[in-house]
Design a protein around this ligand. Sequence first.
Ligand code: PLP
Length: 476
Amino acid sequence: MYIGLVEGSRLAELLAVTVAPRGRSKALASALRSLIVDGRLLYGDRVPPERVLASALGVARSTVTAAFDQLRGEGYLMGRQGSGTFVAVPVAANGGRPDEEKGVGDPAIDLTVAALPAPPALAEAAAAAAEALVGHLASNGLQPAGLLELRTEVAQRYCERGLPTGADQILITAGALHAWDLLLRTFARPGAVVVTELPTYPGVIDAALAHRARLRALPVDEGGWHPEEIDFSRAPVLAHVTFDGQNPTGGWADASTRNRVVSAFDSSTVVVVDETMIDYPHSDQARQAITRPRPGQPTVVLVGSASKSFWAGLRIGWMRAPASVVQRVVAVRAGQDLAPAALNQLVVVELLQRHGEIFPQRRSMIVARAGVLLTALARHCPDWRIIPPRGGLAAWVDLRGGSSTQLAIEARDRGIRITPGPRFTHTGTHDGWLRLPFVLPQELLIEAVDGLADSAHSLQPARTRRHPTAATAWTA
Ligand SMILES: Cc1ncc(COP(=O)(O)O)c(C=O)c1O
């Protein structure tokens, strides 16, 4: 949670960027909805009383009352004046996404997710896995560290990358995020200091905050990773880094950067290197580097996933750690999900065996889509500064004084969904930045850029006239 206890002044600060240009109840409702939808206000958060928010925003109380009424009607708020008003999640009767609004640009172009549909080989792999499952049916199917077949296959991949690894060093999880969650459970007591990149993948932040960790930033920008800026006044127990296709900046660290970042920590920190995007370097040069655990340095845990490489719906990931760490995490897991799903693991065994055949095609498709997105942005949004991604599935764009929160609200009305920059931070900063995934087909990417350019254009006069310093209002 970014706001914690939602105080009137803090909420007003977040809303200042979005409400002021229009200042009416619909705009306020839209801005609040946006904070709920992108996760900066969480389910159950108590919002300030109408009177308090109205005075913090400098608007009439009736404006706030009308906005709250609208959001209660839509299911984004619950409770009444007097007994407290809380953030809620609308129940979509049709099973759709809660944040889908009827009549708003149908169907929406969703640029909030950086994940691909399954490759054609997945259906064949699933059929082969169903046959292989027969061999497991006489057992209870529960292997807390994962099936030996998959651990062996994953270990083999590390060996091929030049990192000798045994199956006892591998733990299979329900995705990379689950691996991070298990490591938090194992190493981070409530109040412990945890370092995460700033900006980073939102799930990494949410999981750490759910464990009541105190977050410290490892700043990342187009110049790379800046470990010298980490606040080491209290020793971190864990650090999370993504050297390979950094999400959202698209960075890819060379060997010396990896070494510089890892060796900034001492042996009291477990450094978790999340390689979720490892299969998407945009050049052969980027592909070479691997984060190599070294004697005398902190413990390094490598985390991998089938989600980006194959299909997120499989919910299979893994960690590579010293066998003693694997054993500790397995013990923690016993109180959580017991073991990963057997059938899905067998599907991933099949897919890993066909990796060399699946990947070249998938990677070239992504590099081509990245090119289409960057070209369209350069043509239609020439004021923006695009950081060319070295890897991964998204580009990080500097809106040069624009607000990605405002843009998200405006674009939504045109049927385009984007995630504003602050969602990638634990500090509420980076509103001047936008992450744009390039996983959709080329024609949709071009249409999306068109819509974003129109949205930015319609915001421009309001921003320059009334909000010249909007982006700085986020700095916490
Ligand atoms: C760095 C990073 N870690 C974890 C995840 C989630 O991965 P999984 O689906 O394997 O849990 C993502 C998804 O984008 C990611 O970018």
